[in-house]
Design a protein around this ligand. Structure first.
Ligand SMILES: Nc1nc2c(ncn2[C@@H]2O[C@H](COP(=O)(O)OP(=O)(O)OP(=O)(O)O)[C@@H](O)[C@H]2O)c(=O)[nH]1
Ligand SMILES: [Mg+2]
Length: 237
């Protein structure tokens, strides 16, 4: 097995070095061939340059600084396209996603097509109680209308085989667009193509350094629009 960890970054200068070091340590427990792919959208705080300077001798840390394209889902798409590993892990850079889960995710890949971190699996949780609860309600809505057996569409920490995405036609720009709504689309099309999901408990830690790029009102609007579009697609097919 070869692993590529995709890290989208925007203004994460105070997180990027430490998160990469924690990821490397966590991968050390399973000793596989790996690379870490940072996709930075020309962050004004110089996240990309800082990372390049720090890891310039390390060939396993690949850093892309995109000057023309930008966007969260688009960065993930770009990172997966560029990655060399057969197994892909996508995670945030702000420590909301615990690098210690990497070996667990990989071990579970033998039994499914995608492993997803979930706050709502038994023993999962979230530090920000208000966010945890609001997200729980919204996830319940998504699960009910899309009829997909997963409890957390919005966590954004997952492991999947690149060949699976390619084979099913899911490594597709129309899916990987926007912010977290891309994952709602991805889950929908994985389910449609007969893919199997496995959730593992995860705890969402609130960020300590840097600022959030997500906008609650905008997210609510976009995610609802996305889910209704998918629902209509389901009804009229
Ligand atoms: N390349 C790239 N990365 C992004 C972009 N927007 C967000 N990110 C990264 O994507 C991850 C998730 O973004 P966050 O700002 O943490 O969004 P969030 O988790 O909803 O918000 P928090 O409450 O701050 O945790 C982080 O690693 C960001 O640096 C973007 O436009 N381009
Ligand atoms: Mg975050």
């Amino acid at each position: 097995m070869t692993l590529s960890v995709i890290l989208p970054t925007y203004n994460e200068k105070d997180n990027i070095i430490e998160i990469i070091e924690k990821i490397v340590k966590s991968i050390g427990n399973i000793s596989c061939k790996y690379q870490i792919v940072v996709v930075d959208d020309n962050s004004p705080d110089k996240t990309g340059e800082i990372c390049r300077k720090y890891f310039y001798k390390n060939k396993q840390i690949i850093i892309y600084i995109r000057k023309k394209e930008k966007g969260f889902a688009s960065a993930i798409y770009f990172g997966i396209k560029k990655s060399k590993g057969d197994t892909i892990i996508v995670m945030d850079t702000d420590f909301s996603h615990d690098p210690a889960l990497i070996p667990i995710m990989i071990s579970k890949m033998e039994t499914c097509d995608i492993v997803i971190g979930s706050r709502y699996a038994k023993n999962g949780g979230g530090e920000d109680k208000k966010r945890y609860l609001l997200s729980k309600i919204y996830n319940f809505y998504l699960k009910s209308i899309l009829k997909i057996e997963i409890s957390d569409f919005l966590f954004g920490y997952f492991c999947v085989r690149k060949t699976f995405l390619i084979k099913k036609g899911l490594l597709n720009k129309n899916i990987f667009t926007g912010f977290g709504d891309y994952f709602i689309r991805l889950a929908y099309y994985i389910n449609k193509s007969g893919g199997t999901f496995l959730e593992i408990p995860a705890f969402y830690k609130s960020r300590i350094h840097g600022t959030s790029k997500s906008d609650l009102k905008k997210m609510l609007f976009t995610y609802t629009k996305t889910s209704l579009q998918l629902l209509l697609r389901n009804l009229y097919k």
